[in-house]
Design a protein around this ligand. Structure first.
Ligand SMILES: [Zn+2]
Length: 248
């Protein structure tokens, strides 16, 4: 509860300073009122689809397949026109308006991952592309040790869409802040080779800057054959992600 009290004091201090400022300028982009209904119902439908196909398979699920499940499953309803229009807007909008400057890595909402191109990594629920990604993980684990694990591998557009929308939700509708950690679905390098690693048993901590304090991270840094995608102050506008391994 100490932390809560600390934040309480911080909040009060911020509120006072805002009250004293003539104007609070923020360029952050927020979820619009006209998007809210579709936003909520799309998240709900995607959650149901994930439950139906299972956590592992959801990482690979193509968009067309997700639509079919919603349409045909007895406990679901097809995506509405408004929901589809919202999803398209999320996919095709240029995220530069959210302060994200990364490259688009996927052109079409219906781009699918070929299951023959990926391999399931046991005990993780995740997949990696065969070849360079998979070989790199094996080499990393050999060099760093078994305490290093894969925490996120290949992500389909549907999976990244879910993660992105859930992040907007947890940021109370602030799309700009959400994009600093979970980029829109056409912009994730998880769709073509990058992956995340962490310390075994560390759970959510692996996705915080604390990962940079682990021995695993320091061993990782010494490896000449890999690099970090999102370094401190990266030009994409993404937060520091010491766990995200750049492959492509
Ligand atoms: Zn990542």
């Amino acid at each position: 509860m100490v932390r809560r009290e600390f934040l309480g004091v911080m909040g009060a201090t911020l509120a006072t300073s805002f009250a004293n400022a003539d104007e609070v300028i923020s360029n952050d982009v927020w979820l619009r009122d006209d998007q809210k209904a579709s936003f909520v119902s799309v998240i709900k439908k995607l959650n149901n689809i994930e439950k139906i196909v299972g956590y592992g398979k959801y990482n690979l699920l193509p968009f067309d397949e997700a639509l079919k499940i919603a349409k045909n499953h007895p406990k679901m309803e097809a995506f509405t026109k408004a929901e589809l229009a919202y999803i398209e807007e999320v996919f095709y909008a240029d995220p530069i308006i959210y302060g994200f400057h990364g490259k688009r890595v996927c052109d079409s909402l219906t781009t699918a991952i070929n299951e023959k191109d990926v391999i399931k990594i046991s005990n993780t629920g995740h997949y990696l592309f065969r070849g360079h990604s998979h070989d790199s993980l094996n080499r990393i684990i050999k060099d760093v040790g078994n305490s290093l694990v894969l925490t996120s591998g290949v992500r389909s557009i549907v999976k990244q869409l879910s993660l992105h929308l859930e992040k907007i939700q947890s940021e109370n509708g602030n799309i700009t802040i959400a994009c600093r950690s979970l980029v829109p679905p056409a912009y994730s390098y998880h769709s073509n080779g990058d992956f995340d690693v962490g310390k075994k048993g560390w759970g959510h901590q692996n996705f915080t800057a604390n990962f940079a304090r682990t021995e695993e991270f320091w061993s990782l840094q010494k490896l000449p054959y890999i690099s970090m995608r999102y370094t401190i102050g990266n030009s994409d506008g993404v937060r520091f992600e010491p766990w995200h391994v750049k492959i492509v």
